[in-house]
Design a protein around this ligand. Structure first.
Ligand code: HMG
Ligand code: MG
Length: 313
């Protein structure tokens, strides 16, 4: 992989924090985002415009966007050059986002999130897969009209706690629908972190080799519940995937996927990639300091092994 480079999508402020039990002050989230913006990361998920009844931790996403937009205006047209991404489940979420004063298309994008498992779709989105895709269509149309790019997610790509193993065909069907709808890329969510090189390899062979989906249009979103995320990332690299989602300090867990732990830690991913000759553009030591800091602030152990090693803890 020498000479290859990847894009890392930092999801700690969204996937990482959405499941925290204690309310995280707005100032802490802003400090986290601010610190992350100085590490070389180019793509940061900053929150979700979802129902605060279901995910209270994301209730202040509008305020986050507002502050980041103020900062962008203060910095000039291009702001800090980072793309900030926000989960949007429906038209109501998009309207809330677009209602934030000065929301610019440049520097912001949305992410829509579907599932390859019918049961998880109902738990997470309150509707089945077909209905969720039907609801996303006007969101995509409106977002495109406003110049916003759209990222897609598919959850439970390996197996689902409610319905058992997911077939690669079921994943492929949803991925293709999201791409056809207008997503520039689809992130493959091993939501509960059960994948192995065997099952991840089988999925990627199906998507890339059998279906002919270009790996440039795919991203890997591995949770590390069973400690397989790094070896699965190697499998994804071998299949040509060059976009990886991760969260600083391995923060996270999904509110609708019991027992699932955080995403692969950004520190672990960067250490692995750089050590394999793949450029990330991310300052490992800087991210590791943020992982230590946010873990202490949240009163949890640092979920990154690399972070712990670098901190000597
Ligand atoms: P719904 O079908 O309208 O119905 O929402 P509901 O009963 O679930 O919610 C109804 C209430 O939410 C109503 O308020 C709505 O107005 C309100 P009430 O009348 O009861 O006062 N509502 C909203 N409020 C604010 N913003 C909105 C919005 N929409 C409805 N946009 C919906 C369906 C999906 C919106 C809702 O169930 C929801 O927000 N669920 C949370 C989904 C979520 O955030 N899941 C976690 C993120 S996905 C993930 O983590 C996986 C990923 O990381 C990849 C992977 O790992 O696999 C991406
Ligand atoms: Mg996730």
């Amino acid at each position: 992989f020498t000479g290859a480079s990847v894009r890392i999508v930092e999801v700690g402020a969204r996937d990482g924090l959405q499941n925290e039990k204690t309310v995280i002050p707005l100032a802490t989230k802003l400090e986290l985002l601010n610190k992350l913006s100085k590490t070389g990361l180019t793509h940061i998920e900053a929150g979700s415009f979802v129902s605060p009844k279901w995910v209270p931790q994301m209730a202040n996403t509008g305020s986050i966007l507002e502050v980041l937009e103020q900062e962008r205006r203060a910095q000039g047209q291009d702001g800090d050059g980072i793309t900030y991404s926000y989960l949007v489940p429906n038209i109501k979420g998009l309207e809330t986002m677009l209602g934030v004063k000065g929301t610019a298309a440049k520097g912001n994008e949305i992410a829509i999130f579907a599932s390859a498992s019918e049961e998880f779709s109902i738990k997470n989105l309150n509707c089945g897969i077909e209905e969720s895709l039907r609801r996303f269509r006007p969101v995509v149309e409106s977002a495109l009209e406003h110049g916003l790019q759209i990222r897609g997610y598919v959850s439970m790509v390996i197996s689902c706690p409610y319905s058992g193993p997911t077939s690669p065909q079921a994943v492929g069907d949803v991925v293709e629908r999201l791409l056809e709808m207008g997503c520039y890329e689809v992130s493959l969510g091993d939501t509960n972190g059960v994948g192995t090189p065997g099952t991840v390899g089988k999925l990627l062979r199906h998507l890339v080799q059998e279906r002919g989906i270009k790996p440039e249009r795919l991203a890997a979103h591995f949770h590390d519940t069973y400690g397989q995320a790094i070896v699965n990332s190697l499998v994804a690299l071998e299949h040509g995937i060059r976009t990886f989602d991760s969260s600083v300090g391995g923060l996270g867990g999904c509110p609708y996927s019991k027992g699932a732990t955080g995403n692969v830690a950004t520190e672990d991913l960067v250490y692995f990639l750089e050590g394999t000759g793949v450029k990330t553009g991310v300052d490992l030591e800087a991210v590791a300091r943020i992982g230590e800091w946010i873990s202490k602030v949240l009163g949890r152990g640092n979920g990154s092994r690399v972070g712990r090693a670098l901190a000597g803890s």
